[in-house]
Ligand binder design. Structure first.
Ligand code: SF4
Ligand code: SF4
Length: 338
C-alpha cells in the first residue's frame, strides 16, 4: 500500500472512534459531485447522460462545504463529470485543505497541466488520474485518441511540482492481464504514488453495455493480473479489497460507506444507483432501506457489483473489526503477497 502514514492514522483513528461509539453505519469517503459535465464522453460512463440544462449547472462551494460538514467523512473524493471544469475548484480544494480533509480530485487530466497553478501541493490533496490501461486501451476506453499522452503529460507536470498523484483504473471485460501488468510498471516508472483499481459497474445509461464484468470474470481477471504482484507496484487502496476482487474474500457491500452528494441532494442508496434523493445526510442514513441492497438482498442491480465505492469501505471496516482482520491487512501489506 502507498498511503502516507498521516492519512492512514487519520482513517484508522476515525474508524476506531466510530467503533467505540458503536455507530452501526458510518461514512468513510464522501463522493462529492459538484457538476456532471465533462470534456470526454467515455463509453462506460454513467454520469454524463443528463440533459443539457443539468450539465450546465453546478453546486456552489457553500453547498459543497455544507455537505462535507453534514457527512463528516475524513476523505472527500471529487469525481464528476470533470472537476477541473468546475469554476470554483481552486476555492473548494483550498477550503477542504483548511478542514484537513484528504481530497481525491478525480480527473481525466486533460486540463491538469494548465490548471495546476490554481493549487498548492499539500498532503491533503491528491490528483487521482483516470487511466484505463496503456495508450491503446485507454484511448479506446475514453473514445478519443491522444488522451493517454495528455494524461501522462499532466501527471508528469503535477509530480514535478510536488503534488500527490495516483491513478484510478476501471476494468471491463476483455482487459488483458498481461497488458495491465505492463501498465502497472509504466505507472510506477512515471512515479505515481499508487494505483486504484475497480471493475466497472453496468450503468443502464452507459452506451457500452456489452463489456461490463460479471463476478466470475472479475475474479479471474484480477487473479491473473495480480498474481505474484511485483514489490514495486503500489496500490492506493485496501489490500483486502484487492483480495476480494481476486475471489479470495467474500464481502457484502457497504453502500453507506461512500455516500454521494450532488445537485439533486444525497443520492440513494449509493454512488452507482439512483433510487431517489434525501434532503439531508441524516435522512439518507435513516430513511434508506439498506436491506434492499447488496448481494444478499437479491437485488438484481447489485448481483454482479464489486465496485470499490461499495466494497472498499467493507474492506476497511473489516480491518478494524477484529484482530484477525487487522493481522491479515498487516500481513498482506508487509509481505506484498495478495
Ligand atoms: S472522464 Fe469520467 S466523467 Fe468524463 S466521460 Fe469519462 S468516465 Fe465520464
Ligand atoms: S452492491 Fe453496488 S449497486 Fe448495490 S448498493 Fe452496493 S455499491 Fe450500490
Amino acid at each position: 500500500m502507498s498511503v502516507p502514514v498521516s492519512q492512514m492514522y487519520t482513517v484508522a483513528s476515525y474508524v476506531l472512534q466510530q467503533k467505540l461509539r458503536r455507530r452501526k453505519r458510518y461514512p468513510f469517503v464522501l463522493m462529492l459531485e459538484p457538476l456532471f459535465r465533462c470534456n470526454l464522453a467515455c463509453a462506460g460512463c454513467g454520469k454524463i447522460q443528463y440533459p443539457a440544462q443539468i450539465l450546465k449547472k453546478h453546486l456552489t462551494v457553500e453547498q459543497c462545504l455544507a455537505a462535507v460538514a453534514e457527512c463528516g467523512a475524513p476523505i472527500v473524493s471529487i469525481p464528476g463529470g470533470e472537476p477541473l471544469m468546475y469554476p470554483d475548484i481552486d476555492k473548494l480544494v483550498a477550503e477542504l485543505v483548511k478542514l484537513k480533509k484528504y481530497i481525491y480530485l478525480c480527473t481525466n487530466a486533460i486540463l491538469l497541466k494548465e490548471k495546476l497553478h490554481l493549487f498548492t501541493p499539500s498532503k491533503y490533496l491528491t490528483f487521482s488520474v483516470h487511466m484505463d490501461g496503456l495508450r491503446e486501451e485507454h484511448d479506446e476506453a475514453v473514445c478519443r485518441d491522444g488522451v493517454f499522452d495528455e494524461a501522462v503529460e499532466g501527471i508528469k507536470a503535477a509530480l514535478q511540482r510536488g503534488f500527490r498523484v495516483t491513478t484510478n483504473t476501471t476494468l471491463f471485460d476483455g482487459a488483458s492481464p498481461l497488458r495491465m501488468r505492463e501498465f502497472f510498471d509504466e505507472m510506477m516508472d512515471l512515479g505515481v504514488e499508487g494505483m486504484m483499481l475497480s471493475p466497472g459497474y453496468s450503468y443502464s445509461k452507459a452506451p457500452d453495455q456489452e463489456h461490463f464484468l460479471h463476478e466470475t470474470r472479475t475474479n479471474q481477471l484480477f487473479s491473473e493480473m495480480l498474481s505474484k504482484p511485483k514489490r514495486r507496484w503500489k496500490f492506493n487502496q485496501s489490500p483486502l479489497f484487492l483480495r476480494f476482487l481476486m475471489g479470495k474474500k467474500d464481502f457484502e457491500c457497504t453502500p453507506w460507506g461512500n455516500p454521494t452528494f450532488n445537485m439533486f441532494g444525497w443520492q440513494r442508496p449509493c454512488y452507482l444507483l439512483q433510487e431517489g434523493y434525501a434532503a439531508s445526510f441524516q435522512e439518507l442514513m435513516d430513511g434508506t432501506k439498506w436491506e434492499n441492497y447488496g448481494k444478499k438482498s437479491g437485488n438484481e442491480k447489485c448481483r454482479d457489483c464489486m465496485v470499490h465505492c461499495g466494497y472498499e469501505a467493507t474492506a476497511v471496516d473489516h480491518t478494524f473489526s477484529s484482530l484477525k482482520g487487522f493481522a491479515e491487512t498487516v500481513s498482506v501489506t508487509l509481505s506484498g503477497k495478495l
